[in-house]
Write a protein that binds this ligand. Structure first.
Ligand code: A3P
Length: 287
């Protein structure tokens, strides 16, 4: 199917029609935040599902009930998606947890007035590209990414869903004054998950015993989350996500781009990255 069939355009950004509708985008624009809301923000394939497991476990003090009984899309729903319309988010008790793939300047007015806590998860864009490529192979609501060289140009130009990785990261690195932000990377989480859980808990002002931190980190290991049917998308029909083509929990490693990109593609990627990120002061773990 073509992009016209599969995507809608919103504020110059392509979004998959399967989850985004004019009604869901209107609901998003009119959404009212509370100061104690927690918002997970990611560019796709940067560790969204992972954080949708970690944050509820931290806020529940390690109680696994919600991660064992609620699908990640209901547990920490995407605010821009159609599903948000049927979840009665207004009635949820505080602290509420949400997810978005949108850029900072796409957030609704209430977000800037209330300034809820934001956890921004970043990942090496070459690994994001690699993960996204395989996601496009298995998801029928995304265009075919073959040939890879063409998809790579689309990714670097932002002609993919949710726009360019570069604009996304830059927009969330340049948030307004007073915005409570935790910046954390996929790479840091892979390197030391316990320490990452500790940092996130501290940011959420939820003190946890060392033993609980350990339990949460253990539950959120790739091999354990992969088995959680509330998080591994196994209930999604294969006509929508065909996990025989590529699993949602695919590899969960750092540096898989080396198996995906040719030397010339990696070199081109680096050149574009250097140019687009030249004014960014933040030090990323992959730099
Ligand atoms: P790979 O395709 O590289 O394996 P998102 O949730 O933002 O869509 O990101 C999906 C990516 O995060 C996939 O990457 C997936 O395997 C990885 N992932 C999910 N949970 C993980 C975990 N607990 N540990 C490491 N990687 C994880």
């Amino acid at each position: 199917m073509t992009e016209e069939d599969l995507y809608i355009s919103y504020k110059g950004i392509k979004l998959p029609k399967i989850a985004h509708t004019p009604e869901s985008l209107k609901h998003f624009e009119e959404f009212t935040f509370r100061p104690d809301d927690v918002l997970i923000v990611t560019y796709p394939k940067s560790g969204t599902t992972w954080m949708q497991e970690i944050v509820p476990l931290i806020l529940s003090g390690g109680d696994p009930a919600s991660v064992e009984t609620l699908h990640n899309w209901d547990r920490v729903p995407w605010l821009e998606e159609h599903r948000a319309l049927v979840l009665n988010l207004e009635d949820r008790p505080s602290p509420r947890m949400f997810t978005t793939h949108f850029l900072d300047d796409m957030m609704p007015a209430s977000f800037f007035a209330v300034k809820p806590k934001v956890i921004y998860v970043m990942r090496n864009p070459k690994d994001v590209f690699t993960s996204l490529f395989h996601y496009h192979v298995m998801a029928s609501f995304l265009v075919n990414p073959v040939p890879q060289s063409e998809f790579l140009h689309k990714f670097l130009d932002g002609r993919v869903v949710f726009g360019t990785w570069f604009d996304h990261v830059k927009s969330w690195l340049n948030v307004g004054e007073g915005q409570q932000m935790l910046y954390i990377s996929y790479e840091e989480m892979v390197k030391d998950l316990k320490d990452s859980v500790r940092r996130i808990a501290q940011f959420l002002e939820k003190p946890l015993d060392a033993e609980v931190v350990e339990q949460i980190a253990n539950r959120c290991l790739f091999k354990n989350m992969k088995k959680n049917s509330m998080s591994n998308y196994s209930v999604v029909p294969c006509e929508i996500m065909d996990q025989t083509k590529s699993e949602f929990f695919r590899k969960g490693v750092v540096g898989d781009w080396q198996n995906q990109l040719t030397a010339a593609e990696a070199e081109y990627f680096d050149a574009v990255y250097k140019e687009k990120m030249k004014d960014v002061k933040y030090t990323f773990p992959w730099d």
